[in-house]
Design a protein around this ligand. Structure first.
Ligand code: HEM
Length: 85
């Protein structure tokens, strides 16, 4: 997978906790990559284009984001254990 880590994405700009903006992105990747400076920046940074998933429901997307968040906090826990066993 080449893309940003999604664990804390929802809390960051430009979402600020607004899941409908995440849903808009996952449904309309091509449109936003063409029009929105923030996503143009991500494309430049990662040099990769995310596939849109128009078939995912709002609920599916929210569930995946929650899952990513849990994975991210697990990674953090593991890093902490390595540093402070
Ligand atoms: C094979 C699966 C996926 C790949 C390879 C992928 C790849 C990428 C890439 C490259 C970006 C950076 C933006 C761009 O250049 O287009 C991105 C952003 C993002 N992706 Fe995905 N993606 C995948 C699946 C998903 C799924 C299933 C979700 C959510 C349900 C998701 C949510 C997001 C979000 C929210 C961002 C924006 C992150 C930010 O604002 O920093 N992605 N993805």
């Amino acid at each position: 997978m080449t893309g940003p880590k999604l664990g804390d994405v929802l809390d960051r700009d430009p979402y600020s906790g607004d899941m409908t903006k995440i849903v808009n992105w996952v449904h309309n990747v091509d449109k936003l990559l063409a029009s929105d400076p923030y996503y143009k920046g991500l494309l430049a940074k990662y040099g990769a284009r995310m596939t849109a998933f128009p078939q995912l429901s709002d609920k599916d997307i929210a569930a995946k984001m929650e899952h990513f968040e849990r994975l991210a906090s697990k990674e953090t826990d593991n890093e902490i254990k390595i540093l402070f066993p």
